[in-house]
Ligand binder design. Structure first.
Ligand code: 5AD
Ligand code: SF4
Length: 441
């Protein structure tokens, strides 16, 4: 008899991808996906610990689930992801309603862990740190039928001083190129049109392997796969963006003209304290170089405000770069001390009200820039890949330009998976409205 599974995913794209793997594995154990927590036999929380708030969200959700478990003592509650990997059995102490803890590096063993919980009705934990990146199960249950995430490298060796990821996802381990290529060929056979290659630092791909295939080389190999029309990748570290990658991006038809290049701070003093390995001048010169190769490139970034010791002067430098680069999109964060990290033990914290002020200041500047750039697209036409119906307005289809802009438009035909031309009729802050360009005969 099939059982109901609900999964709550917190955090980044890597976690969303891991959730697809978790669902895929559990479907193999006869679980069916539900959004209704009350009807679930098992609830999985795939957690994030990048900032304190993300962690708090998980523990307050666990508080609510405790009441559900009181009503239904057979309910199985599992905690996976980054919090599970670093906190381990401390979660059992804080939340005794939890039956299963499995870290980011233990998803491959989920089947046996779940079976064990079901059999024993006791607690099970899997937080081993060693894993083989090449035995990821092929059972991934993908939400989209058009665009798929494909992990190419796990972990991070950069140890930026604010960041918990090297502790939650371990050291860098690249998957074998043959396994990645097989996975993408399989996706193409299933009709997928787009792949997004995932890794904390995709530019490090292959450094831990001896076959000489680095990230640009991997891109060239994926470019050859029939059926795949678009290739994207996240995340790139500015210190590792090479000229070879820029050439590759310029020369390959399928690699989209979008790059997510986290700046974090515009101040060299703060960049140095963050351990980022580049100066703002080096960062800007890479962007200039990239634009000289690919003038239409769209760049997005991550910024942290309020890193310990950030002065008004440091902050102003970040503001200047934001105005100079004119990113299309930014992801803005207030610094959150993480206990495991080097910066977590620094004492010269920026007061919350100043962080808030700086955050709002940058947000306002960016909103103006994003809107200006999107408005400038009104009247132009562009090629989009149709992803499906819009969640907000099911009467519309939602699609993406190669530059990663969302375009919503009306259509009386389901065009999911098609690549078509649209005219942009309205540029909003986060998305564009378009209309289909009818082709004459
Ligand atoms: N506090 C605030 N933001 C953080 N990020 C990573 N660690 C922290 C932290 N401790 C941000 C960085 C990173 C993004 C995924 O999250 O900007 O690029
Ligand atoms: Fe974290 Fe830095 Fe690694 Fe990105 S590069 S995951 S910010 S340690």
């Amino acid at each position: 008899m099939s059982k109901n599974l609900a999964i709550l995913t917190y955090g980044c794209q890597m976690n969303k991808y891991d959730s697809e793997r978790i669902v895929g594995i559990l479907k193999g154990l006869d679980f069916q996906l539900t959004d209704d927590l009350r009807s679930a036999d098992m609830i999985m929380l795939n957690t994030c610990s990048i900032r304190e708030k993300a962690e708090q969200k998980v523990f307050s959700q666990l508080g609510r689930l405790k009441r559900l478990k009181e009503d239904n003592p057979d309910l199985i509650i599992g905690v996976g992801g980054c919090i599970a990997q670093i906190k381990g059995d401390k979660i059992f102490q804080r939340a005794p309603q939890v039956d299963l803890i499995f870290g980011t590096l233990n998803i491959d063993h989920l089947s046996s862990m779940v079976r064990e919980v079901e059999k024993k009705r006791g607690r099970v934990i899997g937080i081993a740190k060693d894993f083989d990146p090449d035995i990821q199960p092929p059972l991934t249950f993908r939400e989209s039928q058009v665009s798929a995430w494909v992990n190419i490298i796990q972990g991070c060796d950069n140890y930026c001083t604010y960041c918990v990821v090297p502790y939650t996802r371990g050291r860098e381990r690249s998957r074998s190129s043959s396994i990645i290529l097989d996975e993408i060929r399989g996706l193409a056979d299933q009709g997928y049109k787009e792949v997004t290659l995932l890794g904390q630092n995709v530019n490090s791909y292959g450094k831990d392997k001896s076959d000489g295939i680095d990230f640009p080389q991997l891109l060239y190999m994926i470019e050859e796969i029939d059926g795949i029309k678009r290739i994207r990748f996240v995340t790139s570290h500015p210190k590792d963006i090479s000229e070879r990658l820029m050439y590759a991006m310029r020369d390959m038809n399928k690699v989209c003209e979008h790059l997510h290049l986290p700046l974090q701070s515009g101040s060299n003093r703060i960049l140095n304290k963050m351990g980022r390995g580049y100066t703002s001048e080096e960062y800007l010169s890479k962007i200039d170089r990239l634009k000289s190769f690919i003038p239409e490139i769209v760049i997005s970034t991550d910024i942290i405000v309020g890193f310990p010791g950030e002065t008004d002067d440091d902050f102003n430098k970040t503001e200047e770069i934001l105005k100079e680069v004119e990113y299309d999109t930014i992801f803005l964060f207030k610094y959150s001390p993480r206990p495991e990290t080097l910066a977590g033990s620094l004492s010269n914290h920026v007061p919350p009200n100043i962080k808030e002020e700086r955050f709002n200041n940058l947000l306002m500047i960016q909103k103006e820039i994003s809107l200006k750039k999107n408005k400038a697209l009104e009247g132009t036409s562009d090629e989009v890949l149709v992803e499906g119906h819009s969640k907000k307005d099911p009467g519309k289809l939602t699609s993406r330009t190669r530059s990663n802009k969302i375009v919503n438009f009306y259509s009386n035909r389901d065009m999911k998976g098609e690549i078509i031309e649209v005219k942009i009729i309205r540029g909003g802050l986060y998305s564009l409205d378009g209309e289909i360009i009818e082709r004459g005969c």
